[in-house]
Design a protein around this ligand. Structure first.
Ligand code: FMN
Length: 343
């Protein structure tokens, strides 16, 4: 699996999620089996680049290559500048966000609103490619199936983007109008795959090894991208890899291993965010990990009242240690038989 001249470790990608896929979480996903992870989107607005939020988003210290940065905006020249700025700060791949339905993104920064204005979308793609190609930095695109059910223009836009020099396209199988409602559909993803020669990535509602295998089969996609199902369960990439390679049910991780991963993640998280923001923003990751675990709800309530990183980390360590006395492995996820080549 390649993006331009860059070869990836495998075909399992972590989806960009603002407020979630920061560098510590991306690094954890990569360690637990993701071959690729894109940063949370960085605005093309220059006046925001020096804010703490954006500079944290642009922090790639120690991250496993390739470093991929997603940019979002509505102005071609500004987007080209944002691409160049991030390339100068270590980005090896630039991803253009045409997939985010958030109101803030659609009104101020573009996201999937760009799919409605194809000439502007293409002008942005061309400007970003022109800014990146002298540096041999591939440009990728993340989009939805279209603006609404009657305006599914993903195939047309994908063809035009390929002609403009885009190296890979990820498609979330919903329209902008759907937000996150309804189910993701994969026919449009399959149609995009048939229409272009560059790699195509299928995204949307992939939440188990079995589903991953089905989406590969239904779309013919070169890779799959997982977002929400990796929240609190970043080892899903390893589980999918194992299932695709063997066709058998993956081995669930040991509770003791999950404890170790979570504590390392928290440590990395605190170092990026500091005491005040760190203890707060870590709560969501801990809460997601507790989902479905016996006694997890009660512990989440107690943990949310803790105000220091040290105490939070100790409480999490103790709780998982006690859980490991009662439960050897984490609850399993779905599977079916059949092997799929991973690389
Ligand atoms: C909390 C959250 C934040 C997101 N932020 C971004 C983003 O910054 N850029 C982007 O292209 N998509 C973003 N997305 C969309 C995801 O990348 C992905 O396309 C979507 O969640 C569908 O995949 P899933 O069903 O595996 O979660 C976000 C999704 C969530 C849930």
């Amino acid at each position: 699996m390649r993006i331009g001249h860059i070869t990836l470790a495998n075909r399992l990608f972590a989806a960009p999620m603002a407020g979630v896929t920061d560098r510590p979480f991306r690094q954890l996903c990569k360690r637990l089996g993701a071959g690729y992870a894109v940063s949370e989107m960085v605005t093309s607005r220059k006046d925001l680049w020096s804010t703490l939020k954006t500079s944290r988003r642009a922090d790639h210290a120690g991250e496993t290559a390739p470093i991929a940065v997603q940019i979002a905006g509505t102005d071609a020249a500004m987007m080209a500048e944002a691409a160049a700025y991030n390339v100068a700060r270590g980005a090896e791949i630039i991803d253009i966000n045409m997939g985010c339905p958030a109101k803030k993104v659609c009104s101020q920064w573009a996201g999937s609103a760009l799919m409605k204005d194809e000439p502007l979308a293409l002008a942005i793609v061309e400007a970003v490619v022109a800014a990146c190609s002298p540096h041999r930095v591939p440009v990728t695109l993340k989009m939805r199936t279209g603006w609404c059910a009657s305006e599914k223009n993903a195939v047309r836009l994908a063809r035009a983007a390929e002609d403009a020099g885009v190296a890979m396209i990820a498609v979330h199988g919903r329209t902008r109008e759907q937000g996150y409602r309804g189910d993701a559909e994969y026919e449009t993803v399959a149609a995009v795959k048939r229409a272009v020669a560059i790699p195509v990535v299928a995204n949307g509602d992939i939440d188990s090894p079995e589903k991953a295998r089905r989406v590969f089969a239904e779309t013919g996609a070169d890779a799959i991208m997982i977002g929400r199902a990796a929240q609190g369960r970043p080892w899903i990439f390893a589980e999918i890899a194992e299932h695709l390679a063997t066709g058998r049910a993956p081995t669930p991780p040991r509770v003791a291993d999950v404890r170790g991963w979570l504590l390392e993640h928290l440590d990395d998280h605190y170092r990026l965010y500091g005491e005040h923001a760190g203890v707060r923003s870590a709560r969501k990751h801990i809460g997601w990990t507790l989902r479905g675990l016996p006694g997890g709800d009660d512990f989440r309530t107690a943990m949310n009242a803790i105000e220091s990183c040290d105490a939070q980390s100790r409480a999490v360590g103790d709780w998982f240690e006690r859980l490991a006395d009662r439960l050897d492995v984490m609850p399993a996820c779905g599977f079916a038989d059949g092997a799929v080549a991973l690389h």
